[in-house]
Every structure is written in C-alpha cells, then in structure tokens.
Design a protein around this ligand. Structure first.
Ligand code: PSV
Ligand code: MN
Ligand code: MN
Length: 385
C-alpha cells in the first residue's frame, strides 16, 4: 500500500451539483440565504470547496435540473474556476409519463422517451467531456401483482442495451441500485446482484454504482464493496450517511466506523489505485445545515477515514489472520481506526498550500457573506421542487 501522503495526493471526490441547492423533506423545504440560483453558481460553490480542500476537482450534473443551452461554455466556466464537469446523472422520475416506470414501462413509447433522455445525456457528456452516465431509476411497483417482475427486468435489459450502444470509447454506463423508495413493494434495481446482472449483460463499460444509503439497515456494505471490486464491476460510490432511510446526510456523520470499513475494502481491492476506475462521489442534501461547509466537512470525512484505513498494518493483520488469532487481527484493525490522523492531514494541507483547517478558512473567507448579498431568491435543488 502506498504511503498515506501519496494516497492523499491522488484522492478525488466528486461533488453533486444538487448538494448546493435547497433541498428538504416532503414536509418542508427550508430556504437558505446565498443559495445558488443557477448551475453556474452551484459550480462556483463547488469550486470553493475544492479551493479550500484540494479534494474535489469535479462536479456532477443532473439533467434536466442543470440543463443549459451551451455545455461547452459551462465546462469552460468550470475550468476557469479550477474544477471540471463530471458524471452526468439522468432523471426519469419527475415526469407524469413515468408514473408506472421509465426504462421498464410496459408502453414502448414511454420506454423510448426514457431511452431518448439517456441519449440526450450522452450528448451532454460529449460536450462536457464527462466519462460517466449514471442511471438511478425510480421504477418499481407498490403492490404485489401490480407489475410483472420478470417482464420488467426483461424490458430494463432491453432499454439498457439500447442506451449502452451509444456509450462511446472512454465512457461508461453506471447503474445505481436502491432497495426501496419511491416504490414501496419492489424496485426494479433493488440490489447489487440485480445491478451486477444487468450491467454484466451489457459489457465492459457498464458498471455498478454503490450508494451507501441504499441498503437495508444492518447490511454489510463493505462485503459488497469487496465483492464488486473482485468482479471488477464497482464503477462508483455515492457517499452519504443515514440513520433510517435514504437520509443523504453528511458521509461519516452517522457511522464513521462503517465508512472506515468500506474504505479499507476499497484500498484492499485496489479501488484507489490510479487505474482502478472507481469514482468517489457524494450524493447528499443539506436540509438544515449550511451547504458549503456541509460539503467541506464531507470531503474531509472521506479523506480522514481513507487515511485511517490506510494505516492498517497489513503485515500484522495477515499474520494474525493466518494464525487464526482473532483478537490480534481485530485489534490491528481497530488500532488504525482509533488513530488520530488529523495533525498529519493538516500538515499535508500546509505542504500543498491549502488551509490547515478548511472549515475555519471558509468561515473566515467572507464567501458566505458575499453570496448572501449577491444571490437573492436562491433556487431549490431538484429535490426541493
Ligand atoms: C434517489 O434515491 C437518489 O438519491 C439516488 O441516490 C440518486 O443517485 C440521486 O437521487 C440523484 O438522482
Ligand atoms: Mn445516489
Ligand atoms: Mn438516494
């Protein structure tokens, strides 16, 4: 395993454009002063996170939430601010036509509309230079008997195959799974096994996205990470944390130890190696906390747990494992988890011309005051609509 500082040099975490907009629950969306009104303002906020942390060089788009007339110009704008446009997320869940599904819909015309949306997203990727098309589907059913489970899988496979034909060299289709919500009885891509089966049928450039909030409570997520890496099908992460449902809270806030265990398996499986192709992304909303500091805290949490995971003494761990020495193996693992790497990371930041404490640097910067004065009538993220 490479040194922690080298790992830090190569760590990149993509920010979701929607994290900077107002989001909420179905009960209330709280507005926040300074909230971006346009995708350009969201990108400016994301660039601020990167400037202070050195960890977040790309921003994911969500289409049509982030639709613009000229994506090349948007890309150039982002680059001027020191970031690039990343993953393009499709959206087939906010249109009346998709009430009974999108890529799985029984009506061919609706399926074609959903496929065409994905082809339009691939065109956006050509303009922005994005490599990943990420597909999360709200497709599913609410009542037993409502839909033909098998038929829906078959139609999904067919629709994905049509989209995949348009995925170019150097591009990837990444399929995200979620076992519940908004459908309540079954979703059409509920688990990693289904996502794996569907993308495996497509080809090498189709991968699975693991969103940490999309599993049943108690699921051993690091096991899934290890398995997908082993199968070379782990395309990306959507990081967030949760207490109960798909809470989209700050990653590492609910269960830092789980994040540590996940990142240990990522490192163990080569997922942070330069050529691994595993993209780390946040998928979060900040309903009650400040958004830009929320994103700063999030990338720092990922950085911190990555550093701790890299501190596991692998020789000692392997020796204990081979000797069947359960308690030594466990304590080697826990020693790394309990190691405070914050001073070391502060030093790494100082050496890279970054503020040692990015949260404090943001508070001092005056950026929040400036956007509150400039931006009146901040927009909802897509989730706030
Ligand atoms: C819905 O559950 C969701 O949170 C998925 O995780 C997607 O990645 C995200 O929305 C954006 O489409
Ligand atoms: Mn997600
Ligand atoms: Mn989600």
């Amino acid at each position: 395993m490479s040194s922690i500082e080298t790992l830090m040099d190569n760590l990149k975490i993509e920010l979701p454009s929607w994290a900077f907009g107002n989001a909420g629950t179905r009960f209330k969306v709280f507005g926040t002063p300074g909230t971006p009104r346009t995708i350009r303002e969201k990108i400016a906020d994301a660039a601020t996170v990167h400037r202070l942390t050195g960890l977040a060089p790309t921003v994911a788009l969500h289409i049509p939430w982030d639709e613009v007339a000229d994506y090349r110009a948007l890309g150039a704008y982002a680059e001027d601010l020191g970031v690039r446009l990343g993953t393009v997320n499709s959206n087939t869940f906010q249109d009346d036509d998709y009430k009974f599904g999108s890529l799985t819909h029984i009506d061919k015309k609706v399926r074609e509309k959903a496929i065409d949306h994905h082809l339009a997203c691939i065109e956006v990727m050509a303009e922005t230079g994005s490599t990943d098309l990420k597909i999360w589907l709200a497709d599913g059913t609410n009542y037993p008997g409502q839909g033909d489970i098998r038929g829906r899988q078959d139609r999904l496979a067919e629709s994905l195959a049509t989209i995949y034909q348009h995925i170019g060299e150097g591009q990837r289709l990444v399929l995200e799974y979620k076992f519940f919500e908004p459908a309540t009885y079954m979703t059409d891509v509920p688990d990693w096994g289904t996502a794996f089966a569907q993308v495996s049928a497509l080809g090498e450039r189709a991968m699975v996205c693991l969103d940490t909030g999309h599993h049943a409570p108690g699921t051993n997520i690091e096991f899934i990470v290890a398995q997908l890496l082993r199968l070379r099908k782990l395309g990306s992460f959507d990081f967030n944390s949760r207490f109960y449902a798909d809470d989209d809270l700050i990653v590492g806030a609910a269960d830092p130890f789980q994040l540590f265990r996940i990142l240990f398996e990522v490192i163990r499986g080569g997922g942070l190696d330069a050529d691994s192709g595993v993209a780390l992304m946040l998928d979060q909303c900040h309903n009650v906390e400040a958004k830009i500091p929320g994103q700063i805290r999030s990338v720092l949490n990922v950085q911190e747990m990555t550093a701790r995971a890299a501190m596991v003494d692998l020789d000692a761990l392997t020796e204990a494992q081979e000797n069947g020495d359960v308690l030594t193996a466990n304590s080697v693992f826990m020693d790394a988890f309990y190691t405070d790497v914050r001073p070391r990371l502060a030093r790494w930041r100082a050496e890279h011309g970054l503020p040692e404490d990015p949260m404090a640097a943001f508070a001092r910067s005056g950026y929040q005051r400036q956007i509150e004065a400039e931006r009146v009538g901040g927009a909802q993220s897509g989730w706030g609509a």
